[in-house]
Design a binder for this molecule. Structure first.
Ligand SMILES: [Zn+2]
Ligand SMILES: [Zn+2]
Length: 135
């Protein structure tokens, strides 16, 4: 069922709307995702045939395509927040889950590219949790 989702970047220069539905939700641990996210993995939602509309700041969005691969990223030029990427105009929109302001019902379905995990990316469920910043 199609829904409308909204998202934005950290500095607020960029905002978007997505009309469609998410078919897949993957946590990707590949080295490209680790580099671009600066973290253990990306959390990407995949929306085939969804309609991506920039509500503001379309010109503030930079696009990077890694040569000779299908890897691409969109991000805010000012704050660096990852933004959705419309692959092959309208065929597939890849949405970094963290940039959404709307809630998503779908839960992550799989960790992928696990052979590329960082050596410290293991046993997170055993790491102590604080409700806020520890003092
Ligand atoms: Zn921004
Ligand atoms: Zn990846």
């Amino acid at each position: 069922m199609d829904q409308t989702y909204r998202g934005s970047c950290l500095c607020g220069n960029v905002a978007f709307q997505l009309e469609g539905s998410f078919a897949k939700f993957y946590l990707c641990h590949c080295s490209r995702c680790r580099k671009t996210s600066g973290s253990a993995h990306c959390a990407n939602l995949f929306a085939p045939g969804a309609k991506l509309t920039w509500l503001k700041g379309e010109k503030e969005v930079s696009f990077y395509h890694l040569p000779d691969t299908r890897f691409a990223r969109s991000f805010c030029k000012t704050c660096g927040s990852m933004m959705p990427t419309d692959v092959n105009s309208g065929q597939l929109v890849v949405v970094p889950a963290g940039c959404l302001d709307s809630e998503v019902a779908l839960k992550p379905q799989a960790h992928i590219c696990c052979d590329s995990r960082a050596n410290w990316d293991d046993g997170f469920e055993d790491v102590v949790c604080f409700s806020d910043m520890p003092s």
